[in-house]
Design a protein around this ligand. Structure first.
Ligand code: NAD
Length: 356
């Protein structure tokens, strides 16, 4: 865990001092960010952790034997109550989601995640949860502000008037507002971060739900290992994005939960890169150069998106700062090892890591 400002360090140290033995529940803990969060809380010395996910245990990215691991479908109301029993702090990272290829083709499924957050909020309020975190997304932002690859970074106010990503983005925007109204109407302490493209090891890199950094890394590794030096890129490659390394996401998520920031706030890097630039960076790491084939019919998302970090810098005197090059090197190494292991074992994607 890197606490990179005095204010963030203070928030996190205070939280640990007060909450070392409180029950902390991470929903979506079998997934990428949730798995890292459980690992990080455990590393810091929190003793009473509950990890909840709908996936069978053997499909969780990270799993620890000394954590109360539960397989529950949190879309079901009763399961939300079971998951949050005796909980003091709750992180809701559970959602049916994936990269553009998944969210553009599964709008109804994405919107059904509304059941998860709604039932969890109901349970949190009734059971007396002290602090509740909701993982929102940059997909809530108005699409008309993202038409140009030459972006103006998105400020929090740019979510309204509302024209979010269809399906997934509407669900996130609605759930943000549910958090707001549970805070205003019932006094539940809710905190909301709008994540901008999180990447890193221990996440999906194939199968259809992977996001751009993992998908492109996998494709470069496939090309390197097969000797077929070509790569398919979705869209023109001129789309711009920023990508936040998982360690920054963990720091920001915990700092926001323990802060007094009541409105949804950006949590993202503002190191802007084109998709072509990202491919070049991965090629450099891999030590190869590939012929690029552009698939203009594939899902490509908005033309440009970046995070305006003015607010988070004001509140926390901190913003995500891990350089894309450094994070991608670590991600590349992990995906490379998984793919080698996958070939050796003859498995599909090996996703089980018991790091007790
Ligand atoms: P992920 O898909 O790896 O993890 C989400 C987890 O939620 C999965 O393990 C899934 O099984 C679980 N889940 C889905 N439906 C469930 C249900 N009904 N009951 C219980 N668990 C359920 O995704 P992630 O990248 O770790 O994202 C975590 C959160 O952050 C999500 O809310 C996501 O929308 C949000 N987010 C992520 C990114 C990103 O770049 N990764 C960007 C913006 C927002």
């Amino acid at each position: 865990m890197q606490a990179t400002s005095g204010r963030v360090a203070h928030l996190l140290e205070n939280a640990l001092a007060q909450g070392r033995d409180k029950k902390i529940v991470v929903c979506g803990a079998g997934g990428f960010i949730g798995g890292h969060l459980i690992a990080d809380l455990r590393r810091q010395g929190y003793t009473d952790l509950r990890a909840v996910d709908v996936k069978p245990l053997d499909q969780w990215f990270q799993r620890f034997d000394d954590v109360d691991n539960r397989c529950l479908d949190l879309a079901e109301k009763a399961n939300g109550y079971e998951a949050l029993e005796d909980a003091a702090w709750v992180y809701n990272l559970a959602a049916d989601m994936g990269g553009m290829g998944f969210i553009e083709n599964n709008k109804a499924l994405c919107m059904l995640s509304v059941l998860i957050n709604t039932h969890l909020l109901m349970a949190a309020q009734e059971l007396g949860v002290e602090r509740y975190f909701y993982a929102s997304s940059a997909c809530v932002y108005n699409g008309e502000k993202q038409l140009d690859a030459n972006v103006t970074p998105l400020k929090e106010a740019d979510a309204y008037p509302a024209l979010p990503e269809d399906g997934y983005g509407w669900e996130k925007l609605f759930s943000e507002r549910m958090c707001r109204h549970y805070r205003e109407d019932f006094g539940l302490v809710t905190r909301v971060a709008r994540y901008h493209n999180v990447y890193g090891p221990f996440g999906t890199y194939d199968g259809g739900r992977e996001k751009a950094p993992a998908a492109l890394t996998r494709k470069v590794i496939e090309a390197k290992r097969s000797g077929k030096h070509e790569i398919e890129i979705w869209g023109t490659g001129e789309q711009t994005r920023s990508f936040m390394y998982i360690d920054d996401c963990l720091v920001g998520t915990q700092a926001i939960l323990h802060s007094d920031i009541e409105e949804p706030i950006n949590l993202g890097s503002n190191e802007l890169v084109t998709i072509n630039g990202l491919v070049s960076l991965i090629e450099e790491i891999a030590g190869i150069e590939l012929k690029r084939n552009y698939n203009l019919d594939a899902p490509k998302g908005v033309n440009g998106r970046n995070s305006d970090n003015t607010l988070i810098a004001q509140y926390l005197d901190w913003e995500p700062g891990i350089r894309l090059r450094d994070g991608m090197e670590r991600t590349y190494r992990w995906i490379y090892d998984q793919m080698v292991q996958q070939q050796a074992n003859g498995h599909a994607q090996p996703t089980v890591f018991t790091l007790a």
